[in-house]
Design a protein around this ligand. Sequence first.
Ligand SMILES: Nc1nc2c(c(=O)[nH]1)N[C@H]1C(S)=C(S)[C@@H](COP(=O)(O)O)O[C@H]1N2
Ligand SMILES: [Mo]
Length: 394
Amino acid sequence: MSARLRPPREADFSSPLRDDRVTARVGLWLGIAFLVAFLTGVFSHYGQDTPGWFTYPTGPVSLYRITQGIHVLAGTAAVPLLLVKLWSVYPKLFARLPWPPSRAGLVNGLERASVAVLVSSAIFQLVTGLQNMTHWYPWGFSFRSGHYAVAWVAIGSILVHVAVKLPIIRDALALPIDAATPMPVAERDINARVADPALSRRALLRTTWAAAGLAVLATAGQSVSWLRDVSIFGVRSGDGPQGVPVNRSSVEAGVTKTALDPGWRLTLVNGSVKRQLTRAELEAMPQHTRSLPIACVEGWSAGATWTGVLMADLAALVDAPGDSELFISSLDLNGTFGTSTLPPQFTANSNTLLALKVNGETLDIEHGYPCRVIAPARPGVLQTKWVTSLEVVA
Ligand SMILES: Nc1nc2c(c(=O)[nH]1)N[C@H]1C(S)=C(S)[C@@H](COP(=O)(O)O)O[C@H]1N2
Ligand SMILES: [Mo]
């Protein structure tokens, strides 16, 4: 290299590890991770913001626990994969655009612009996802709408990228990883220059898979209990009261007094029919016990045994059909999670309870005392705690 200071050029990067064979193999798994995260993410979004054409399923009861666990694990695995992939191609940033402008130059410029969109949307998704897992919201926009909107940008730019690169990807995947053969693709003969690298391409790939696997193991314990001890990234894998982690506490929700107030009543409303019940009256109704997980959008989940009354029984008290849609309000007034809507198929489902107990004990205030919603297969954010009223939606 010359002694004179100048910006690097693509040819200055001579590691034979930066090779289409590495990029394509890591890219393949990165693409799979993003596709899995996209599909499970859209499902999660529809679970919370259900479009009219979609009926959210009431089972299997662990559905959301599985899809959202996979969503977060796919995103976690993508972090080391994206880092290695970016490292393998970043010298291309210093490749010169053909000058004077030509058709080829224009195509090249467009392709680089699409890669810029791809890289920035991918980084945005992984960073905001990790921030949500740790409850760190340094930005002003809503996490869910931002993460959802950019998901479409990311998946779209991945599709464009794969389409543009398909011939290179095919050739690169077909070539043995460690063979010295230079790539048949014209501009990629840099790797032939360095004869004896410190690390083989195979070893680099193995290290990459190991890093992705380790990241997954270190996170999975937030949903898989026997992995808990090795899960240093499982943010909320520790036990909360009654063996269930707590998302938003009673202090954060501002309900420490109202939830324990002996004057608390559950209000049931069906048009002009109205009824109020004390907790003792709820306890006097037929009680049902169900094993259902709480599965947070952040990826953690925990199974528990809940005891309480059937939603359909409550609807009947105000002369409403057992498959009524219910609007649920809680004492928690200063957040967006203080209300939720229970669709008809959940009110009618005998796994959906207004729970009074968890794991055999009276609900802790942190888990929603005096009573909370627990429905099968749904995102945790809809399992409203500190319930104060159920209104039949006309
Ligand atoms: N009223 C109210 N209910 C709520 C919340 C809340 O902030 N306020 N958080 C929800 C979220 S995001 C989750 S994951 C579950 C967690 O329930 P837990 O704290 O009992 O584990 O409660 C849900 N119910
Ligand atoms: Mo949650």
